[in-house]
Design a protein around this ligand. Structure first.
Ligand code: PLP
Length: 322
């Protein structure tokens, strides 16, 4: 029997997803599983430069994989013909792949999936299956949006996140390092989470965010970093809507720069260690994995923190110029 009255839960009255016309799922990898399963994809071309959870998701759906390389502009070096049931998976790295380019790929290949995990604020291109995941942009334990024309009638079970949120609540009132292990355990636990609808908890948290402010703050920080770091950046980077992080590729010493930043409590992730096993030492993907510093520019920070980062990088970089 339905419970009525009593103490309050977290309010979820009137919460709406950022992407209104989406299938709301629990994880980015679930979005991919959903498309593979319901569009009956037999083979997927995916980039070498990708997180291994994506590869694993494809394997779990028993879909064949062929890897391709990306070029210096972070675009697919791909020229094959797609047979029936074959699809091309394009990752929008750091939001640097604009929709005009996506349209060209769509026109040429028809069967494409765009991964906007690093481009939450980039609107989907029309008629293109597009994946968004929320953990990389906001303090939520999971959550993802899939834009697709493939709407399934069968009801998927809804995920639950209450026992995966301690690190997010903990970091709010304490330090990141105290909760880092719990964060890692949460990421590990997600490996065994099946395709589900978004949890009510994550949906509620997402429904209470100020997206306009978040997007603007990210853009201002990114722009500030860009003005200061472009002269030493070997990647040609442009300003994009509500960016994920600022990708800084030095000609030399990127790996040491990352260590220096981390020593100064500026946390920069390595995307993605598994690639060192997959790619040759002289490949672009190897170089990115070793040397690309992904600089935080998110809504928690303003120019004060950006100045600390820039100063640390310039001090490290010394006279090293491109
Ligand atoms: C580029 C990219 N796409 C997709 C995913 C999968 O997202 P999720 O962890 O929400 O399944 C990741 C995860 O790290 C990613 O980096």
């Amino acid at each position: 029997m339905k419970e009525i009255g009593g103490y309050f839960e977290l309010s979820n009255v009137g919460v709406l997803p950022y992407y209104r016309e989406s299938v709301e799922l629990n994880l980015g990898r679930s979005c991919l599983k959903y498309i593979i399963r319901f569009k009956n994809i037999k083979k997927l071309y995916i980039p070498y430069y990708i997180c291994d959870v994506v590869t694993k998701a494809v394997q779990e759906e028993r879909c064949e994989i062929e890897f391709y390389h990306i070029n210096n502009n972070l675009l697919p070096s791909f020229n094959k013909k797609l047979a029936d049931g074959e699809w091309l998976y394009i990752v929008n790295y750091f939001g640097q792949v604009d929709n005009e380019t996506i349209r060209l790929f769509k026109d040429k290949y028809k069967s494409i999936i765009v991964d906007n995990a690093q481009a939450f604020f980039t609107e989907p291109e029309k008629n293109v299956d597009t994946i968004y995941t929320c953990r990389k942009f906001f303090g939520v334990p999971d959550g993802a949006y899939l834009i697709t024309d493939q709407i399934e009638d069968s009801v998927l079970p809804r995920d639950k996140s209450a026992n995966r949120i301690s690190h997010i609540l903990g970091r709010l009132e304490n330090t990141a390092s105290e909760y880092f292990q719990l964060y890692q355990e949460n990421e590990e636990a997600l490996q065994n989470v099946p395709l589900r609808m978004i949890s009510l908890l994550t949906k509620t948290l997402l429904g209470n965010l100020d997206y306009k402010q978040i997007k603007e703050r990210r853009e201002k920080n990114f722009s500030y970093l860009h003005k200061n770091l472009d002269p030493i950046n070997c990647l040609k980077v442009k300003e994009v809507p509500g960016p994920y992080m600022y990708p800084l590729l030095l000609k030399n010493g990127g790996e040491d720069l990352k260590k220096t930043l981390i020593k100064e409590n500026i946390y920069v992730p390595t995307l993605w260690p598994n690639i060192l096993k997959l790619c040759k030492v002289d490949s672009f993907e190897w170089k990115l994995t070793k040397n690309l510093a992904c600089i935080p520019c998110d809504q928690r920070y303003d120019f004060k923190e950006m100045d600390i980062i820039i100063k640390t990088i310039k001090k490290y970089n010394g006279g090293l110029l491109r």
